[in-house]
Design a protein around this ligand. Structure first.
Ligand code: PLP
Length: 350
């Protein structure tokens, strides 16, 4: 759908005069920088960390733009995708008035961010095969519903959401549809970033924390219309991505071949691990996964979780999450880690 973004924005954000940093006001070459109260003598480290970083991360965005095929003015970089999620609430949802639609079981930060921002949550559970319940979603939406979060591949279930169903939501919803593609690199499905030219109510989240192996750098990406990216830039903290992260990410993004090899290996390990787990008597179900983890239904989730902890192996107990009763979520490790997991579980069975 093509919507009026300005209409969707909170009034205070519309009227906001953004903070203007020293590096916003002066861009270009200069030999004497006395505008930002930095330490003029230098940094105790070899890199000139005494200087504030580029607030809009142009170099890093250019590199991401080349990889993703999305122009830089359609890219926002956040301190993890979690920052982008929070900014969406702050820009578009009036505390105590507006609401968002979530489709559990799904990634927990949407709910936490909603609660932090005092924004009501409507929930329509995924169906038992972890797909969208479109009729119930249409019924739940009201004039105050501003955002719908769809995670695909979904955490913690691992499956991709049917593309046609997501398209139906985007085509009919008069607010923003946020598609969280944190695990897209492991999926058979195509990303929705190619659809950005079709709709202006679409925000696609991706991250360098998963396949790219850079969780510690905290770099999340939001791809959207230039209008929405401008809103993000207006309200974000001025220097939200630090210089070390920007430089290290630029270096890492050169290593596409290494990352692709890891993705291949992870997917192969995932499929093998799924088969081997299924052979264990206490494993009832391994759900199909398009991600770098699998959701496994077992007979005694809490006991097995603790059994693994006692052997130094930590998985995620999701058994108290709706529709995930009995389930553990297991991240795919290295072949050696997966071997250790299987060895421990085989001993449990004996
Ligand atoms: C679906 C999903 N989105 C976002 C994130 C967070 O990503 P980031 O590290 O970029 O904040 C996670 C992390 O587990 C996730 O599972």
């Amino acid at each position: 759908m093509i919507i009026d973004i300005n209409n969707l924005l909170r009034d205070n954000i519309k009227k906001l005069t953004p903070y203007s940093s020293a590096r916003d006001e002066f861009k270009g070459e200069a030999s004497v920088l006395l505008d930002a109260n930095e330490n003029a003598f230098g940094s105790p480290l070899p890199h000139p960390y005494n200087r504030y970083p580029d607030p809009l991360q142009q170099q890093l965005k250019s590199k991401i733009s080349a990889i993703k095929g999305v122009p830089t003015n359609h890219i926002f970089l956040g301190n993890g995708s979690d920052e982008a999620i929070d900014l969406l609430f702050r820009a578009f949802c009036r505390p105590g008035i507006d609401n968002v639609l979530l489709v559990p079981p799904t990634y927990g930060m949407y709910e936490v961010s909603a609660n932090i921002n005092d924004v009501a949550i409507k929930k329509v559970n995924l169906t038992t095969d972890f797909q969208l319940n479109l009729d119930a979603m249409a019924e739940a939406i009201d004039e105050y519903t501003k955002l719908i979060f769809i995670c695909s591949p979904n955490n913690p279930t691992g499956n991709s959401i049917h593309r046609k169903d997501i398209e139906t939501v985007i085509a009919h919803f008069n607010g923003l549809v946020v598609i969280d593609e944190a695990y897209i690199n492991f999926a058979k499905q195509k990303s929705f970033i190619q659809e950005l030219t079709e709709y202006n109510n679409l925000v696609v989240l991706q991250t360098l924390s998963k396949a790219w192996g850079l969780a510690a750098l905290r770099i999340g990406m939001a791809f959207s219309s230039a209008e929405i990216i401008q809103v993000f830039n207006k309200i974000k903290p001025p220097y939200n991505i630090n210089e070390a992260s920007q430089q290290l990410a630029l270096e890492a993004l050169e290593k596409v071949d290494q990352v692709n090899a890891w993705i291949k290996e992870t997917v192969a390990e995932r499929d093998q691990l799924a088969d081997k787990l299924l052979a264990l008597s206490f494993v009832q179900l391994v759900y199909p996964s398009d991600a770098n983890f699998i959701l496994v239904r077992v007979t005694e989730p809490k006991v097995i979780y603790q059994y693994l902890v006692d052997r130094g192996i930590i998985v995620r107990d999701r058994s108290s999450v709706i529709r995930c009763e009995g389930c553990l979520r297991i991240t795919i490790g290295t072949p050696e880690e997966n071997r250790q997991l299987l060895e421990a579980l085989t001993d449990y069975w004996v």
